[in-house]
Structures are given as C-alpha cells and as structure tokens.
Design a binder for this molecule. Structure first.
Ligand code: SAH
Length: 459
C-alpha cells in the first residue's frame, strides 16, 4: 500500500502556490495538501500561478504562468541560451543562494537517507569568480546550409544548436572551438550527420592547462582521412599560438560515445601540462582530468587537512583515477597505495608520480572492492583510507573491508550526496563517526554538489 496522497489537482488546472523548496535538479517544489508539484525555474519563497501539466500518484509537474511574488534571490541568467541548453540549471538563482542551497541539500539528504541528524555540514566553499571555470570543451559539430554549426544538443533532442560562447567555459576553449570551426569551414570539411552516418568532423575538443596556458585541440573525425589536413594544421598553429598539441581521434562507429579507439598526434606534443598546487599533471587527449582545477585544489586541500597526516601513515586511495589525490597525499604520508579500474588512468598515475619525483606511491589496476582485501591479506595496514567513488557510491564490499581493516580515519570525497549519505550510514553502523562534511562548489550554476567528509573510528 502506498501512503502517497492522491492528487488534489488534475491536468490543466491553474493553481496558485508558494514554492517551498528546490529539488536536486533545480526545480521548485510546492505542496498542495501534502501533494508535491515540481515546477521548473520557480524559486523557494516565490508565489506563482501554475498550470498543472502532468499528474502522477504522489507528485506532479507544473509550469509557471505568472509570478505573483518574486524571490529576492532571483537573478537574470547571463547566458542567452540558458533555457535551451540545459547545461546549467541554477543561473536564475544568485550565486550566494546557490551555495546556501547546496549546503541545505546536503544537510537534508544526510538526515533523510543517512539518518545523520547532528553532523556538522559547513557552508559551501564557492568560487570568487564562478564563471569561465571549465578547462575542457567537447563540442558536437554538424552541417548547416553550406557551413558548420558547433554547439550543444538541444534538450531532449538531437538537434545541434550553434553556440558562440559558454560562460562556464574558459575563454581560451571558446576561442579554440570557434577558430577551428571557421578554419574547417574554409576548407570545406563537412560536419558529421548522425542520421546518414556521413560527413567528417564529429566533435571539436579543447583542453586548457589553467596554470600553464597550454592548449590542446582534438578533432574527432568519422574517417581517418581529413581533407586539407596540412593546411588546417598550419592555420590552427598560426591563429592559436597557445596550442601545443593538435590531435586527431577517429571514431567511425554509429554511436553517441564521443571518442573512438584510434588517436594520432597531428602536430606538437602528446601531452599538455597543468598544476594542482605543486603537483604537475600530464594530460593527453584521452586523460581523465578534473574540469575545474581551481576548486579541485580547494577540495583536495580539504581532503589533506581531514587526513591529518604526520608523515608516518600508510594511506590507501580507492578510486584514484590518474592519482590526483594520491599524489597530493604522498607529499605528507609515508606511503600511498592507489587503486583504479581503468588501466589507462593507472598509466597516467604512474607517469604523474615520476613526473613529480614521487617515489612513495604505488598504483594498481582493479576493482577497489577486490584489490584492497587482497592488499589487506598481504599484510598492508592502512592508517587512513580515502575514497572518491563515481556517482553510484562505494561498493558495499569495499565498505565492509574498510570496517574490518579499521583505519583510524576515512576521508570520503563524493560527487553524489545521496550515495554519500547511504555509505556514511553503513560506516557509522560499522563503528565510525562522521566528524564533519564540507561541500565544495566544483560546478557553479549547475546542480552538481561535491563533498568531502571525514570519519573517525570510535574508540
Ligand atoms: N580521485 C580521482 C578520480 C575519481 S572519479 C580524481 O579525483 O582524479 C572515480 C573513479 O573511480 C573513476 O576514475 C573510475 O574509473 C573509478 N572506478 C569506478 N569503479 C571502480 C571500482 N569498482 N574500483 C576502482 N575504481 C573504480
């Protein structure tokens, strides 16, 4: 039996409601006799007249017809294509309010899912300038009336809308995409057509090293052949002096996966470089690398502070990716072991360790939930375990291994508050106490929330 209330409204009704909350997706929530109505773009505190569009059991959807009272936190989105694009969800909310909203959402979800009522959740650490922060652009390309369009897929469609600039993208990347598009147009390169599987250029990818200014261009093509390749390379070099690397990736498959298997350096370096703090990272066309390096430093500094290392500790970094956190921790620990499922990421991690002359870090390919118990069986004892899992959170087997291994502290870096809350509950039931949680805004104007939490073993 469901205890969800039956709908007190029906489709096409016009009702006046007050918005009480914001969902994780950024929609306003109003309650009518306990029945939740989700209303895109409406903000908490606003009084609105809405048209009911869809009625489910337990909840429905509506659309604002008229705003009767506007929230003081409402601002004009600076992006002219904000509504069509869908890449950002919170541009209509002031940045200050976004930060407090994110803190509130973390508190709420820890309480609701984790039953953690008295954990200290700090105010979200935001950016001084929350624009132009992304260091990577991946832009789909198509043909349009004799030219090319490069932009984004319109929401819920496969139509590519042209975009001249993106306000959360670094200016350099915008310039690279526009310039490469113009050059390719000049030489008659055809954009890829999803329906017919014809045309050449599928995506332009631009990567930028924030601290070095080095730029990489990746042309993703359907065919190995790129007409006027040499002229295109010369033009890119002439017009974009920060470009250190021009790469072609070939994706001949009928798929919406962006990259194909074959990558060729057309000109320049295989890698560009960037720094997070003192650690240098080599970034190839395919390397995973955090997209907001400025806030990544803030997040990892916090993880390091929570790990509270004295130099004698053995640390395990589960879900280590290219070793970003491992190398950060290695500067202060006796030894770090990193584990990650993607072999290429571990190759990058090892390369980055060498690049920084870090010798007290070892990396292994495999599933954290299988490799860590094996390490344990080999006699490796961890003082601190750091986890940074994907959105689905930690594997239950890994959490049980942590509980058995009894490290004195667990530092949990999370990109999904819901799975963080679930996993903290499991660790709490296994003998840990959550000390504090710090939200860090890695993706301003979007609904993403990143957190770092620290747990201690109960004595
Ligand atoms: N800490 C890294 C990456 C975190 S993203 C950084 O900040 O750069 C999460 C990582 O977990 C991804 O690299 C993904 O490939 C990896 N992963 C996913 N499932 C895994 C598993 N079962 N075991 C180990 N790694 C896994």
């Amino acid at each position: 039996m469901s205890n969800k209330p039956n709908a007190p409204v029906k489709k096409n009704d016009i009702v006046e409601v007050t918005i009480e909350d914001l969902t994780h997706e950024g929609a306003g929530v109003a309650k009518i006799d306990g029945y939740a109505l989700f209303i895109p773009k409406a903000l908490p505190g606003e009084k609105v007249k809405v048209k009911v569009l869809k009625v489910n059991k337990g909840y429905g959807f509506g659309k604002v017809m008229e705003t009767i009272e506007q929230s003081n936190d409402r601002v004009e989105p600076i992006c002219p294509i904000y509504d069509q694009c869908g890449g950002c969800q919170l541009q209509h909310l002031s940045y200050e309010a976004q930060l407090s909203q994110k803190q509130k959402q973390v508190k709420d979800v820890l309480e609701r899912i984790g039953k953690l009522t008295d954990v200290k959740v700090h105010p979200t650490i935001g950016m001084d300038n929350p624009w132009r922060y992304r260091n990577k652009a991946q832009v789909p390309v198509a043909d349009r009336e004799g030219g090319l369009v490069a932009g984004f897929y319109q929401q819920r469609s496969h139509e590519i809308i042209n975009m001249d600039e993106c306000f959360i993208q670094h200016e350099e990347n915008d310039e690279v995409v526009q310039t490469v598009k113009t050059i390719c147009e000049q030489y008659g390169v055809r954009g890829y057509n999803e329906q017919t599987h014809r045309g050449t250029l599928r995506h332009v990818v631009a990567r930028y090293g924030l601290m070095t200014g080095e730029t990489m261009v990746v042309l993703i093509t359907r065919t190995a052949e790129l007409p006027h390749k040499d002229e295109i390379i010369e033009q890119i070099k002439a017009k974009l002096p920060k470009v250190k690397s021009i790469v072609q990736n070939i994706n001949s498959k009928k798929t919406n996966v962006i990259f194909g298997d074959k990558t060729v350096v057309l000109w320049g370096e295989t890698y560009i470089y960037d720094f997070i703090g003192d650690i240098k990272f080599a970034i190839s066309a395919r390397s995973f690398y955090q997209v907001n390096p400025e806030q990544t430093k803030v997040l990892y500094d916090k993880a390091l502070e929570y790990a509270n290392l004295s130099g004698h500790e053995t640390v395990i970094d589960a879900y280590c990716g290219i070793g970003t956190i491992s190398l950060f921790l290695a500067q202060k620990a006796k030894h770090v072991y990193g584990v990650e499922i993607v072999p290429q990421a571990i190759d990058d991690a090892k390369r980055n360790a060498k690049l920084n002359h870090i010798e007290n870090a070892d990396f292994a390919v495999g599933e954290a939930e299988n490799v860590i118990p094996w390490w344990h069986a080999q006699g490796i004892r961890a003082d601190i375990i750091v986890v940074d899992p994907p959105r689905k959170g930690c594997d239950e087997k890994l959490l049980q291994t942590i509980i058995q291994m009894k490290p004195k502290r667990v530092v949990y870096v999370s990109c999904n508050p819901a799975t963080l809350a679930r996993d903290l509950r499991i660790l709490e039931d296994g003998g840990y106490v959550t000390k504090e949680v710090q939200p860090v805004d890695m993706f301003p104007h979007t609904n993403h929330i990143e957190n770092v939490a620290v747990l201690e073993l109960k004595m």
